[in-house]
Design a protein around this ligand. Structure first.
Ligand code: BG6
Length: 491
């Protein structure tokens, strides 16, 4: 196992310290990095929020969060206590004119790497950065981390990016898309550019189509206020899914340098064929779950989860067909779908190769399935290559699909760190490779916006689907019209 190199001593200031993201993801991620010796023990995590808490109150909340979100086997009481001792809390209303920034500044150490993590609503990014700048809290060693979604369309994203840029340089700005921190997502780069076999096949001549599925079983999880304003398109597709598409479709970067990688992803985003308003109904499907059952347990519908009496036009499911207009990909459809309250939590990328042009085998000998490479991001991270093989034994020639499997868990046999662990340490190191550059964010919005506008212009609501199913039947029709099927239907 490679030796873990500690990062520099840092102060990590988390705005939105009492919120869900901090408690569920950030504190557990920092705990693991501390436990594994990567977070130096002089470093501090400084929670900042409006609630009037003191250090001890915040530590008590953090302790509860760790108990809930760190695997029981990894909860070492002594290590947890040492980690909790590194937490501080500052009560501040970051947008109030009389906020005590002087007092805040006094808590921070001048000479350390300083990370400002904005786990807040995006409309606070500009004002909080402005306050940090005006009050002299931004040093040369400071960075700011922004959670997605950055804005809700091109104009709002542009405005936020501009406001933040008045205070932090691009090199100091880390726009998080936590999918880029997932081990298997980083493995896409290794799969494509550390091996020769696939890259030669990575073209329209050989690939029939690509599917990207990010399915969740959860519903709104108490985040209805945010989600109902976003929907699946803004919450998942504009960022996580388009980033996955970029990693699959991009050309080899000339180096692993952050900007060289991001240049290539940007080219993909710019090569996405824009959808004309009249095409949107045929190329996209939006859905909203109604009550149903998942794993045999009844679950409420979207409106009940939201606690709303009025119908909502927000989609909890989206499927669409995209096209990347480049020499490599011309004519290869990319089918993307994501949704909440689907039958299982699974994120996977399916590369389906073309069928053989001609068969020498009698039709009754085979249950034909084209070669397929399945890259499983979660759960059970791994890869599987499906190939046709001969069934063993006499009694006639029979062919059937067989999988060559690589299970990362079985191969590496260790815990897969959560994406936030890697990304938080990258912000301290100042390495932006796995973060979105401003032009990527804007290009992604530019592609998504006409779809959102076309949806908004239509009087119909998202199509209903029962919780526990794979979305509206129209999503099946979207791909079947082209003579193809979603991967789970093939199995
Ligand atoms: C977040 C979305 O970015 O990603 C959530 O806001 C979603 O709605 C989550 O549940 C999914 O992340 P993961 O890592 O569980 O696939």
């Amino acid at each position: 196992m490679p030796k873990i190199i500690p990062v520099a001593i840092f102060d990590c200031v988390v705005f939105g310290a009492t919120g869900d993201l901090t408690l569920r993801k950030l504190l557990p991620a920092l705990y693991y990095r501390f436990r594994d010796g990567q977070m130096p023990s002089e470093s501090r995590v400084i929670g900042a929020a409006r609630s009037h808490l003191n250090d001890e109150d915040f530590r008590a909340r953090a302790a509860k969060a760790l108990e809930q979100h760190v695997a029981p086997a990894d909860q070492d009481p002594e290590t947890m206590q040492r980690f909790l001792a590194q937490l501080r809390y500052v009560a501040i209303d970051a947008t109030a004119p009389d906020a005590d920034w002087g007092g805040f500044k006094a808590v921070l150490d001048e000479d350390r790497v300083r990370v400002f993590y904005l786990a807040t609503s995006p409309d606070l990014y500009g004002p909080v950065c402005k306050a940090l700048g005006t009050n002299g809290l931004v040093t040369e060693l400071s960075r700011v981390v922004l959670e997605k979604p950055i804005g809700h369309d091109v104009a709002s994203a542009h405005a936020i990016i501009g406001d933040v840029a008045k205070v932090f340089t691009e090199a100091q700005t880390f726009r998080i898309d936590h999918y880029l921190g997932k081990e298997t997502v980083q493995n896409l780069m290794a799969l494509r550019f550390a091996n020769t076999i696939f890259e030669r096949l990575w073209t329209a001549d050989v690939i029939d189509h690509v599917q990207i599925t990010v399915a969740e079983t959860v519903g709104l999880e108490g985040r209805g206020g945010y989600y109902d304003k976003s929907g699946a398109m803004r919450d998942m597709l504009q960022n996580h899914m388009l980033q996955l598409l970029c990693l699959i479709a991009m050309e080899p970067p000339v180096s692993l340098d952050a900007d060289r990688v991001r240049d290539e992803k940007l080219k993909v985003l710019r090569a996405l064929k824009p959808m004309e308003p009249h095409e949107v109904a045929g190329l996209t499907v939006r859905g909203q779950y109604t009550r149903g059952a998942i794993d045999g347990k009844p679950v409420p519908g979207y409106l009940a989860d939201l606690g709303a009496d009025e119908p909502s036009g927000t989609e909890s499911f989206v499927a669409l067909k995209a096209e990347v207009r480049t020499w490599r990909w011309a004519g290869v459809p990319f089918y993307l779908r994501t949704g909440k309250r689907l039958p299982s939590k699974v994120s996977e990328i399916v590369i389906q190769f073309r069928a053989p042009p001609f068969s020498i085998f009698p039709p009754e000998s085979a249950e034909w399935r084209p070669n397929t490479l399945i890259i499983r991001l979660q759960p059970e991270e791994g890869m599987r290559l499906e190939m046709m093989t001969k069934d063993p034994g006499p009694g006639g020639l029979r062919l059937s699909p067989t999988g060559l499997d690589i299970s990362f868990e079985k191969t590496f046999g260790k815990r897969f760190p959560d994406a936030y662990e890697r990304l938080l340490m990258d912000t301290v190191r100042g390495n932006p490779t796995l973060f979105m550059r401003h032009d990527e964010v804007e290009a992604a919005w530019a592609w998504v916006e006409p779809i959102l506008e076309a949806w908004a212009a239509r009087p119909d609501h998202p199509r209903p689907y029962s919780a526990g199913t794979w979305g509206p039947t129209a999503a099946v029709a979207l791909i079947e019209r082209d003579g193809r099927t979603w991967h789970e239907e093939m199995i």
